[in-house]
Design a protein around this ligand. Structure first.
Ligand SMILES: NC(=O)c1ccc[n+]([C@@H]2O[C@H](COP(=O)([O-])OP(=O)(O)OC[C@H]3O[C@@H](n4cnc5c(N)ncnc54)[C@H](OP(=O)(O)O)[C@@H]3O)[C@@H](O)[C@H]2O)c1
Length: 315
């Protein structure tokens, strides 16, 4: 008998939501893409659209009926996190409870504050120093205490998947002005920063989910991705574009000042430490669970990402 392979993706038009929808579909899963309103136009082909606002707990639970796995890939705007992160989590938990499906959350590194060690693993104590970090710690505690089957896969900043994965630090900031010969890096160039190439992360989610029978009720794993310095990032971009770029930094003090009146800048500015404190994610627990972790060579991932934004043709 073939085990059923049905997944509901909450936030299926988002960066990891859409990339994961493609990866699960390609791995032979039946994929239901839950989106709201006009975002239905952006779901992965070959997946079934479910138009529901994820704040509507009952409808999310209904959509989850018959599912084996639910991927919680929703992400409200930073300024709405205090209200919506807990609210959307409750909808996802209710859906997992009603269907018996395993809930999967892409975790991030905000849980660790300015005192985070250079290598983060599953036993690293969480001392958040930002409002959003405290919310992520509370979110994961809530998932653990909900006594549903749950997997958290923690990753660094997303990049890749071209226009479909747009809206990350990589394209909004770092490569934003490369066509004008400029690269903006948000921190010192010698600090290691954790990145997750979306196609690798999505493929890893498939492998992890397919191995879920061996896990405990609540399990967290770290996705190592690419841990690179700003200098290594700049070099890979320059190599891919075959041109030298003028590198400048981010005006953090100015953004902090703007943050006094513009909440989005306040929320961005509180994450500045992630570019100043070196960190990478240890992937040994993940490797023990799924074997070799999907890993595109960094230079190839950068080249594919730039190509996805149509930047290679224009050099
Ligand atoms: N981005 C990163 O670098 C990163 C790194 C590590 C972990 N993560 C985590 O991964 C998860 C997904 O992040 P992401 O960056 O992939 O998200 P994203 O690209 O911002 O997409 C989130 C999606 O959620 C949808 N959404 C938000 N509220 C909704 C609602 N009420 N009903 C239905 N859909 C709703 C949005 O729909 P619309 O398109 O309609 O607005 C959007 O398509 C988050 O938990 C995030 O913290 C992200």
């Amino acid at each position: 008998m073939t085990a059923s392979k049905r997944i509901l993706i909450l936030g299926a038009a988002g960066r990891i939501g859409r990339t994961a929808a493609e990866a699960f579909r390609d791995a032979g899963w039946e994929v239901a893409s839950l989106v709201r309103g006009t975002s239905a136009e952006r779901i992965a082909s070959g997946t079934q659209v479910v138009e529901v606002d994820a704040r509507d707990t009952e409808s999310v639970a209904e959509a989850a009926q018959g599912m084996d796995v639910i991927l919680h890939a929703l992400n409200p705007p930073y300024t709405e996190w205090p209200i919506l992160v807990p609210q959307l989590a409750e909808a996802a938990i209710a859906a997992a409870r009603a269907s018996g499906a395993t809930l999967v959350l892409p975790g991030n590194v905000y849980n660790y504050g300015t005192d985070m060690p250079p290598v983060i693993d599953e036993s690293t104590p969480m001392h958040p120093t930002s409002r959003k970090g405290a919310l992520r710690v509370a979110l994961e505690s809530r998932l653990r205490d909900a006594h549903i089957r749950c997997i958290v896969l923690r990753a660094g900043d997303f990049y890749g998947a071209g226009e479909e994965g747009a809206g990350s630090w990589f394209d909004r900031v770092i490569i934003r002005y490369v066509e004008q010969g400029r690269l903006t890096y948000p921190g010192p160039l010698n600090v290691v920063h954790a990145w997750a190439y979306l196609p690798d992360l999505a493929f890893t989610l498939v492998r992890l989910v397919e191995a879920r029978a061996q896990f405990g009720e609540f399990e967290t794993f770290g996705f190592p991705g690419h841990a690179v310095t700003g200098a290594e990032m700049a070099r890979a971009i320059e190599q891919a574009l075959h041109r030298r770029l003028k590198i400048s930094g981010m005006p953090w003090p100015f953004l902090r000042m703007l943050g006094l009146v513009v909440p989005t800048f306040r929320e961005l500015a509180e994450m500045a430490y992630l570019w100043q404190v070196p960190h990478r994610i240890d992937g040994r627990k993940l490797e023990a669970a799924i074997g070799t972790v999907p890993h595109t060579p960094f230079e190839t991932a950068i080249m594919d990402t730039l190509d996805g934004f149509g930047l290679l043709k224009k050099r």
